[in-house]
Design a protein around this ligand. Sequence first.
Ligand code: PRT
Ligand code: ZN
Length: 322
Amino acid sequence: MGPREVLFLLTSRSFFVYINKKETGFFYFKMAKLNENNLKLAIQKEGRLTDETLSFLQKSGIEFESYKQRLFSVGRNFPLEILFVRDDDIPGYVSSGVADLGILGLNVVYEEKPDVQILLNMGYGFCYLTVGVPKESKFETVYDLKNKTIATSYPKATQEFFDKMEVPIKLIKINGSVELAPTLGVAQAIADLTSTGSTMALNDLRPLTKIYDSQAVLIGNNDSLRTKERKKLIDRLIMRFKGVLAAKNYKYIMMNAPEKILPKLKETVPGLKSPTVAPLAEKGWISVQTVIREDVFWETIEKLKELGASGILVLPIEKIIL
Ligand code: PRT
Ligand code: ZN
């Protein structure tokens, strides 16, 4: 256990108490008073989702003090308190109402099944729960894993998946370094999160099948969503989040084009509503400004060039309020 690891953490809507052990062996605790009326958002204190969550909040225009070594931060320009906790504790905080909202991996929600609502996909922290088998093994389909032992940190989702496939398996729950289980002879296969797939490859494993897709999600407490004033604040926050997400998915483009291709341009780039068109000094030419979707960016640009558009300028969008 690292010296900074939280030993005990107790919070209610108004207090945050944190008890820890120093390297010297002494216990110490900190207590903070929270403003009961502020919205509370629990996020991961230190881990894979932390940087992107903090940068997402900043892009949403929420200003707060740097979080390093902090337990919580208060929004300067939004009635929001951010609680920094272990990701595994977020479902409990949100379902019990200590926090109104939480941002965590969908994988944790699938596993813990807290009584909360999933409000928004955050568009980062993408990964998959994947069944992996030794590269040299004969396993080709999930049916080949009948009666085999599978090591995982996600026993519920894994069991449910194999139950649905009607393949009986034995499960062994491992909390870390699941990918070592086949080499150690503990299991014949694993079910673990993957993103690039390099951990599996480095451990001589290959993916056999995917159990689910995951990404960071915003979850909400049921009572908070039913309380009028709190729901209003949550909606305001979600509107900001959606603005950041929409901006990420679109690019702003400006181009010059012969006037006669305008109908075809409109078909290629439907934009959010319709493009802005202005005449150019050169007769028969126009300037067109619109937005295009990031996921079809290059296809769209290629089509526009084919149609005869030139001088294409692409700009990032900071926010889109729909
Ligand atoms: O300390 P705390 O409890 O808060 O954090 P943690 O250690 O439990 O979680 P952390 O920080 O490792 O991950 C937080 C969340 O990030 C997870 O719950 C997922 O939603 C998400 N996420 C996204 C991932 C990955 N990608 C990921 N690749 N979580 C873990 N991994 C691990 C995976 O377990 C495996 O060991 O990365 C390895 C595989 O990665 P690739 O790229 O080699 O395939
Ligand atoms: Zn965790």
